[in-house]
Design a protein around this ligand. Structure first.
Ligand code: R5P
Length: 316
């Protein structure tokens, strides 16, 4: 197997390569003065099974284009197969028409991947369970939830947040910051021996994108919240508004601590400052998206999905 990396998340590709005990194969990328890019593989791939790792996070279009170019170079150079690991799949929130006249951006990106004859796509925590159905090629949808469950059960985490580190279930509740995430809460609740859960209800203005979170829904009621330690679980943090507003409502209702677990650290706009200055106590994310030094903040904790990716690649 030969492993290549786009430029969006080289540290993750290197970690995956370490687990696989191989090297990341070299690629030469150059950008012409007019902004056009050129990609050249510096390794032979004739009759090889190849893998490309590229998160299509910010700058989304540039990272997609670079990925398309690498795939094309692999195919033209005689690779037997090309599997694409897209730890964060850009445009996944635009997976259907919300208002008349809109594009389905994700579908456009999928058609590019398919037309380049990609053999398989491996992605993490897709925004909706319907996304794999939009593809006409095999999609493996991995999840960081087991990683989060492991951390929630760990003594290190429980020593940090409670006086009873041996009883990880004590006073904890799972929270989805919106109704769309309830399925995710059910899944992680099962991994955690049926830890109870609740959702905060989010309204979004489709025109301005502004959100507001004002009420609760789900098996628990607000009267169950005082004294509890909330574990908010979401697929991604972009502006940070969703988890910040959810934590505010939880604390207003008597919750004593709020930890956030989100797979994709998109961190657009002023998210790092907003999260650091919020009612949230700790923010756990994974390395599906590379976080540059200037976007890291004291409350941030990072977990790695590299081993999960390596295991998936090794099994195929
Ligand atoms: C929405 O449905 C997603 O699951 C996330 O909650 C959302 O994308 C987070 O966005 P933001 O951080 O901008 O509020």
């Amino acid at each position: 197997m030969k492993l290549f990396s786009g430029s969006s998340n080289v540290p993750l590709a290197k970690k995956v390569a370490e687990y696989l005990q191989i090297e990341v194969s070299p690629i030469e990328t150059m950008v012409f003065p007019d902004g056009e890019r050129r990609v050249k593989l510096n390794d032979s791939v004739v009759e090889e099974d190849t893998v490309v790792i590229q998160s299509t996070s910010t700058p989304v279009d540039q990272n997609y284009i670079e990925l398309f170019f690498i795939i094309d170079a692999l195919k033209r150079s005689g690779a037997r197969s090309v599997s694409v690991v897209i730890p964060y799949l850009g445009y996944q929130r635009q997976d259907h028409v919300f208002r008349d006249g809109e594009v389905v951006s994700l579908d456009v990106m999928i058609r590019f991947l398919e037309s380049l004859k990609v053999d398989k796509v491996i992605a993490f925590d897709l925004h909706s369970i319907k996304i794999p159905e939009l593809f006409h090629i095999p999609v493996v949808s991995l999840s960081a939830l087991p990683l989060f469950a492991q951390r929630i059960q760990s003594k290190a985490f429980n020593t940090l947040i409670t006086e009873k580190p041996d009883d990880f279930m004590k006073d904890k509740i799972l929270v989805s910051p919106d109704m769309g995430g309830l399925r995710r809460i059910e899944q992680i609740s099962e991994m955690l021996g049926n830890m109870p859960g609740i959702a905060t209800v989010k309204d979004r203005d489709l025109r301005t994108g502004e959100i507001s979170i004002k009420q609760f829904e789900g098996p628990l009621s607000p009267s169950d919240l005082p004294g509890k330690r909330a574990l908010i679980v979401d697929d991604m943090i972009s502006s940070g508004n969703t988890v910040v507003q959810s934590a505010e409502l939880l604390k207003e209702n008597g919750v004593v601590s709020c930890d956030v677990f989100a797979t994709h650290a998109i961190f657009s706009e002023e998210a790092p400052e907003l999260l650091q200055d919020s009612k949230i106590d700790r923010v756990y994310v994974t390395n599906t998206v590379w976080i540059p030094q200037e976007k890291r903040f004291p409350k941030l904790h990072r977990l790695s999905v590299a081993e999960m990716i390596a295991k998936e690649l090794r099994n195929n």
